[in-house]
Ligand binder design. Structure first.
Ligand SMILES: Nc1ncnc2c1ncn2[C@@H]1O[C@H](COP(=O)(O)OP(=O)(O)OP(=O)(O)O)[C@@H](O)[C@H]1O
Ligand SMILES: [Mg+2]
Length: 258
């Protein structure tokens, strides 16, 4: 599966995506590759990685465009084996999940060219991942802009995380429209998050017109795990929200297939 979690800022993409990856990996179908384009450590934390390290893709991944070649200034070096490259440049998280990061700015002096190279490499790697080697799960930046243009293009299925509020459902509807316009994923589902009422999933379905594949309750354990800098699945494995993400994984697998 190639999935992308999208949604409004703060909707709960990273918290759910990280927990989703861990449960998906425990199924043992194929390895899970978690990819993160956000310079903030949301997905890393929810996977259980407390990283401040620089896990960007190294310079050796790219070369300058040659004369007569089209496209951006940097491209992957010739004959790069994508599987090997990901094995080498990703970080090991619990349950065997691999984590690949877009690259973050680590201070002024360094921020320019090297980061740009890493990000070009990241984008090209994610667009050229082999079909069946991993389950690929991406955590896309918040908001409705550039959802599936650029590096989100790897995804076949979009999971839109939606809070059951007027603003949340409006944003999800826009996002779903944009996804359709941009020839993005084949399947689009909503996940209602921070639900406090039994009819929240219904509300989201009605307001967005999307199929709701999961309804994650509001759960203090999620926020608490973040404060403890731990993965929700490790910090509160029996919490209602974590349990719901486990069922969500099985429902998504049933819908999309392994
Ligand atoms: N079901 C939930 N119950 C309670 N708190 C939640 C729930 N889901 C997420 N949160 C909390 O909401 C905050 C935002 O969650 P998260 O960082 O996952 O959102 P995001 O969509 O990734 O945000 P961003 O757009 O900034 O990347 C976090 O503090 C998280 O712990
Ligand atoms: Mg996030």
């Amino acid at each position: 599966m190639k999935l992308a979690f999208v949604g409004k800022g703060g909707a709960g993409k990273s918290a759910i995506a990280g927990t989703f990856c861990r449960f998906l990996a425990r199924r043992g179908d194929v390895p899970v590759l978690a990819i993160d384009s956000d310079p903030l450590p949301g997905l890393a934390l929810s996977l259980g990685l407390d990283i401040d390290d620089d896990v960007r893709i190294p310079d050796e991944a790219v070369r300058e465009r040659r004369e007569g070649e089209r496209g951006g200034r940097y491209r992957l070096v010739d004959d790069l084996d994508i599987v090997e490259a990901v094995e080498k440049w990703s970080v090991h998280a619990a349950d065997g999940v691999r984590f690949l990061q877009f690259g973050k700015v680590k201070g002024q002096a360094e921020s320019g060219n090297r980061l740009w190279k890493s990000q070009m490499a990241f984008r090209q790697i994610t667009q050229n991942l082999p079909e069946d080697h991993w389950h690929v799960v991406g955590d896309l930046p918040g908001g409705t802009r550039q959802a599936f243009t650029g590096w989100g293009g790897f995804a076949r299925t979009a999971l839109i995380v939606v809070e059951p509020t007027a603003a949340g459902t409006l944003s999800a509807r826009r996002l779903a429209r944009m996804v359709a316009l941009e020839h993005g994923p084949e399947r689009v589902f909503a996940i209602a998050n921070k639900c406090r009422r039994d009819d929240d999933a219904e509300f989201v379905a009605e307001k967005t017109g999307l199929e709701v594949v999961g309804a994650v309750p509001w759960d203090e354990a999620f926020a608490e795990a973040e404060r403890n800098r731990r993965a929700p699945i490790d910090d509160a494995p029996d919490s209602a929200a974590v349990r719901e993400v486990e069922s969500l994984v099985n429902r998504v697998v049933a819908e999309v297939g392994v």
